[in-house]
Design a protein around this ligand. Sequence first.
Ligand code: QAP
Ligand code: CO
Length: 168
Amino acid sequence: MAILDILNYPDPRLHTVAKPVKVVDAQLRRLIADMAETMYAAPGIGLAATQVNQHIQLLLVDISETKDQLQVFINPKILEKDGEQVYEEGCLSVPGVYESVTRAEKILVEALDAQGEKFQLEAHGLLSVCIQHEMDHLLGKVFVEYLSPLKRTRIKNKLLKQQRIRPM
Ligand code: QAP
Ligand code: CO
């Protein structure tokens, strides 16, 4: 297993739209294992393939206290959304930044698991937020895009400064 590099906002590669996974094979399961190691080491509760510069529809979530409840979503689709919730979100690609975002409270999601088997899951609360946040990454969208242009510019400049790249 290996720890992968995570792209940091405002890296333009974070805006790449991910392509569907065609086959769930040993090579994909190796990427899943590496992404899991990367997410647990961070530590984080969710990671999309986009964040490790792999532009395929794959995301991992583990919201358990014990960090032993990995959930893998390949080619995820949201079939139903209901209600609203506001959650203070963070992101491994936007280190040190936490901001409130409004999303659906309940989602019904369909995806393939690491064995390539189709499943459906109804998610609420943090799990629902986390899946929606990670699915946004697969569309090339980072959570700061829900904030005001002023907040977004401040976050961008703060992160560029941390990365020692001259602010715009
Ligand atoms: C997405 O984010 C998420 O800034 C997953 O310095 C987060 O795992 C969905 C992290 C919250 C819903 C609610 C962030 C680690 C981890 C940081 C993460 C940091 C270290 C973020
Ligand atoms: Co994120």
